[in-house]
Design a protein around this ligand. Structure first.
Ligand SMILES: [Zn+2]
Ligand SMILES: [Zn+2]
Length: 364
């Protein structure tokens, strides 16, 4: 494997080169993440409150060509950081590894299609890097391959990955929509109809483009737009980690480290694979960029959220049909929605450090 292929999507990058003869290096120049995120878990470990589980829905191991960490070592890395479960999502291969004490390791796969072009075509300098993860899949010893599909519609390309993920028995998550601007709100709407359950609103890899730019909306705005058009998809935060104990060595040789414990989900479930899957399938979880909540009760007519006891004051924003309509500051938020006319309501919680939690939508 040539060094030029190292980076997100490297395994399929190699396959794409075989198919299309193009240089498929997928990543672009990006700022380095804070080095603390790859250091040993000496900082305060964030753990789930009673009744909740801290989980990771997108992480790579050495079974991906762009990661070199053994699955058992990656599992231990997450266990040391307070995770209750992790789904390994290697590129086009279902990874199976034992669960270390305290951590449930679940099977997943990142269905990875890296193409030079598709319809609509990519922006200049970008590629069609169309990725979706299938979570909680059944064992599958064979690598997953897609025919090249150059020039086909983005919807067709994503849809065949969605179909494959469902055929594997998985819940399907649309990955990093703003990475090479693979997807937009219209695609999320169409793919939700096709069977996508989750969309990565906060994929925390350094080059995911979550904030958008002058010509592309943020992933959160994209999610709101899709919700407004009837998509029933839940929002996730994930690491998309590729580097663990090796992150500092990757940086030392001038590479970009894709590290973890930056985006996760907090799931209200008992400690079993079946309960975790059921809670995620029904949206009984929230996405977090580090912020943890003690209470999240979302009803059609009332919302009650408590910040974690002892945490600094936080800001609660009620987002209704894509707009912030009410703001509360302090330790708790209580809203009566019975007179509100909006169709889709969710809550964004922020603290002064930039930490963030996003609840799932309430459809009314
Ligand atoms: Zn990806
Ligand atoms: Zn990935």
């Amino acid at each position: 494997m040539s060094g030029v292929l190292r980076g997100r999507g490297g395994l399929f990058a190699a396959l794409a080169i075989a198919f299309c003869g193009c240089d498929a290096r997928p990543q672009r120049a990006a700022p380095q993440p804070a080095p603390t995120s790859s250091s040993p878990a000496t900082a305060a470990v964030v753990r789930a409150p009673a009744g909740w589980l801290k989980g990771q829905l997108h992480a790579h191991t050495g079974r991906s060509a762009d990661s070199a960490t053994d699955p058992a070592e990656a599992a231990a890395w997450y266990a040391a950081r307070g995770y209750d479960f992790v789904v390994f999502t290697d590129h086009n291969v279902v990874t199976e590894t034992a669960s270390p004490p305290g951590l449930i390791v679940l099977r997943g796969v990142e269905l990875t299609q890296n193409l030079r072009t598709c319809d609509p075509p990519p922006d200049p300098g970008e590629r069609c890097l169309l990725h979706a993860t299938a979570l909680f899949v059944r064992p599958d010893p064979d690598p997953i391959a897609f025919d090249p599909g150059e020039g086909r519609s983005r919807l067709d390309l994503y849809a065949r990955a969605v179909d494959r993920g469902i055929a594997l028995g998985g819940l399907v998550q649309l990955d990093h929509p703003n990475f090479h601007h693979g997807a937009d709100a219209s695609l999320i709407v169409a793919l939700a109809r096709r069977g996508v359950t989750l969309v990565e609103v906060e994929n925390r890899a350094v080059d995911s483009g979550n904030d958008g730019d002058a010509t592309h909306p943020s992933t959160e705005a994209m999610w709101d737009a899709a919700l407004a058009r009837g998509a029933r998809v839940f929002g996730t935060a994930t690491d998309d980690a590729h580097h663990y104990g090796d992150a500092d060595r990757v940086r030392a040789r001038g590479g970009t480290a894709y590290t973890g414990d930056r985006g996760f989900v907090m799931v209200r479930a008992e400690r079993s694979p079946e309960a975790i899957r059921a809670a995620i399938a029904t949206g009984d979880f929230y996405a977090s960029r580090g912020l943890v909540l003690d209470r999240v009760d979302l009803g059609r007519d009332a919302i009650a959220i408590d910040a974690r006891r002892g945490s600094a004051a936080v800001t609660f924003e009620l987002v209704a049909d894509g707009r912030v309509v009410e703001v509360a500051r302090g330790a708790v938020a209580r809203w009566d929605l019975s007179r509100r006319i909006e169709k889709v309501v969710r809550v964004r919680v922020r603290d002064e450090t930039g930490s963030l939690a996003l609840t799932q939508p309430v459809w009314r």
